[in-house]
Design a binder for this molecule. Structure first.
Ligand SMILES: C[C@](O)(CO)[C@H](O)COP(=O)(O)OP(=O)(O)OC[C@H]1O[C@@H](n2ccc(N)nc2=O)[C@H](O)[C@@H]1O
Ligand SMILES: Nc1ncnc2c1ncn2[C@@H]1O[C@H](COP(=O)(O)OP(=O)(O)OP(=O)(O)O)[C@@H](O)[C@H]1O
Length: 280
């Protein structure tokens, strides 16, 4: 019987880049949050490993070179079993957009197949397996609000008062942006640590240090940020991850709806997702 698993979109509510490491990766401090919407990974019985991709953002995404398959193979290898599964990915999130679509899909595949193959690995063990798949994949395995350090793999649960269930609008100008070049565009200036006191007010003073480099590579991000900051009831607006998706947290569902309807009318080319921060 078919089983399925949600792959919620990831947000970096703040992202402080501290230094470039000799291996080319960057030390960062971030607050990961997840929202109530995203992709979906499903599995049916099959003799071999296969992947079908459907959904509004499926176009152009490879079904042979895909993080979902890498995740499935990694899990099967670690358990010394043959990877038998007919996987279906419903792709709702824009690709290469800073909200961890591929990472969330890989993490959802790990959780789903852990159950489907009867392995009973803990989330901690799945997160360890996830590390080589990408810096965001361990956080997506837990898929709950977390402080992230190192290159993203050092994770501590975070409880930010008032954040759960908060209305949030995700906006992407529909320009794909690869992560590597955005890190390469970082100016190398350490602007200081991320204050880990759990309050929304502290987050407003925090930053996304990748934002200005991302804007230089993809100028429409500046238009998205300007539009979000001008929305009534927006408490905090910022770019997520390496962009180009930006988000705004709203004080009420009504303010979120107004902002969504206004932007949808004014900017028909932008991708908009009105949703809410997921309860852990
Ligand atoms: C920007 C974030 O989304 C914030 O959560 C992540 O740091 C990126 O996570 P990701 O997309 O899973 O990243 P990966 O696929 O591991 O890395 C893509 C590229 O981004 C750069 N990269 C990534 C993570 C990191 N801490 N430092 C980096 O410099 C590296 O050039 C790397 O080759
Ligand atoms: N299931 C998948 N969904 C999306 N992209 C995938 C997937 N599998 C592999 N990829 C590849 O990964 C690249 C990054 O895509 P993804 O959507 O994860 O980026 P992102 O949203 O910027 O991620 P992050 O926020 O983690 O940096 C894409 O260019 C794509 O070729």
């Amino acid at each position: 019987m078919r089983q399925s698993e949600a792959a919620p979109a990831k947000l970096n509510l703040a992202l402080h880049v501290r230094r470039r490491r000799p291996d080319g990766y960057h030390e960062l401090e971030t607050l990961f949050a997840f929202v109530a919407d995203g992709d979906v990974v499903a599995v049916d019985e099959g003799e071999a490993l296969s992947l079908t991709i459907e959904g509004p953002m499926a176009d152009g995404l490879s079904a042979t070179d895909n993080l979902v398959l890498s995740a499935a193979r990694r899990l099967a290898t670690s358990a010394s079993i043959a990877p038998r599964a007919r996987l279906t990915l419903t792709k709702n999130l824009p690709v290469a957009s800073g909200i961890g679509g591929g990472s969330a899909d890989a993490a959802a595949a790990l959780r789903l197949l852990n159950h489907f193959w009867g392995l009973d690995y803990s989330l901690g063990r799945l997160a360890e397996l996830a590390e080589p798949l990408g810096a965001d994949v361990p956080a997506c395995v837990y898929s709950r609000t977390m402080w992230g350090g190192g290159k993203g793999e050092t994770l501590v649960p975070a409880d930010v008062a008032g954040l759960n269930d908060m209305p949030v609008l995700l906006v992407n100008p529909m320009v794909p942006l690869a992560t590597g070049p955005v890190f390469a565009a970082w100016d190398g200036v350490d602007r200081g640590p991320l204050d880990s006191r759990p309050a929304i007010d502290d987050l407003v003073r925090a930053r996304n240090d990748l934002q200005s480099g991302a804007i230089s590579l993809c100028p429409p991000i500046a238009d998205v940020l300007t539009a979000l900051a001008a929305c009534g009831g927006a408490l905090l607006s910022r770019m997520s991850g390496s962009g180009a998706t930006c988000f705004a947290l709203f004080e009420s569902e009504a303010a979120l709806r107004l902002a969504h309807d206004d932007l949808a009318a004014r900017e028909p080319g932008w991708w908009l997702l009105p949703t809410r921060v997921k309860i852990a």
